[in-house]
Design a protein around this ligand. Sequence first.
Ligand SMILES: Nc1ncnc2c1ncn2[C@@H]1O[C@H](COP(=O)(O)OP(=O)(O)O)[C@@H](O)[C@H]1O
Ligand SMILES: [Mg+2]
Length: 276
Amino acid sequence: MPEASNPNATLSVAILSGKGGVGKSNLTLNLSYALFRAGHRVLLMDFDVGLANVDVLLGLSPEKNLQDLFRPEVTAAEVMVPVEPGGFDFLPAASGVPELLEMDDDMREVLFQKLNGVFGGYDYLMLDLGAGISPTVLSVAAMSQMRVLVVTPEPTSLTDSYAVIKVLHTQYGISDFHVLVNQVERVSDTQATFARLSAACSHFLGFEPQLIGGVRHDQALPDAVRRQIPLLRHAPKSPAALDIVSGAVRLHRVRQQRHDELLGGPVLGKIPTIRK
Ligand SMILES: Nc1ncnc2c1ncn2[C@@H]1O[C@H](COP(=O)(O)OP(=O)(O)O)[C@@H](O)[C@H]1O
Ligand SMILES: [Mg+2]
C-alpha cells in the first residue's frame, strides 16, 4: 500500500515524557479538547499501550481498542469512539498488554495500514504515548510530525526528559522537540525549568528544544480526573485550563507555519531505521 498522503495537512503530535505521572494524558486530552473547541477536527489516540487510561479520564468503557485492529476483520471505524459530535474522536488503547510495548515493524505496519486512511480526516492527530523509552514510544515519536515533551520542575523529570530527547536524537537523528512544563507554581516559573533542559540539550547535543508554555499546578485538575470529565469541561476558567488553551494556540501556530510542508508528507512518516 502506498503511504497515505496528507491532503488535509493533519498535524501528528506525539506527547511523551521521561517519567510517568507528569500529566501527559490529562494534557493530551485537554489540548485535544481545546483544539476541538476552537473548531478543529481532532483524533485523540491513546498509545500508552502499557498503561492506557484516557478512557478512564473520559468516563468511557470502549468495547474495542487498538489491540482489536490486529484482527483482520476489525476496521478502524469500529474501534473509534466519538467524544463530541462534529469532530472529536478517540481511539482507545489496550492496557496491560505488554506485547504491544515491543511492537515490531510488521505489527506497526498492520496497525498503521488500517489507520492511515482515517488520520487524514482530522486536523490534529494527538498521540498520548507512554513514559520512557520503549521501542513503541520511540518509533511512534519518531514517525510523528511534532514531539511534545511534558516535563515538571522536578529534577528527576528533567533528567528523564533529557534522556528521551537524547535517545531520539542519537538513534533517529531527530532534533526537533517542543516542551510543555506542567505543574508550575506560577507561570513565571516555566522559563527556569525550560532553560535547564534547554541548556543540557544545547551543551551535550548541540540543539535547543522549543517552549510551548507552562501549565500551573491546579487542584481543579485532580478534581476533573475524579469526576472523569476533561478539565476544560469541568473548570474551563481554572488556571490550568487557561494555560492549556494557550498551549493549544501554540500548537495551532505550528500547524499553520508547517502547513505546506505537512501537505506534502504522510500524517505519520515512515518507520525510521535505527542507527547502530
Ligand atoms: N497541572 C496539574 N495540577 C495538578 N495536578 C496535576 C496536574 N497535572 C497532573 N496532575 C496530577 O497528576 C496525575 C497524573 O496525571 P496523568 O495525566 O495521568 O499523567 P501521565 O499520563 O503523565 O502518567 C493527575 O491525575 C493529577 O492528579
Ligand atoms: Mg498517562
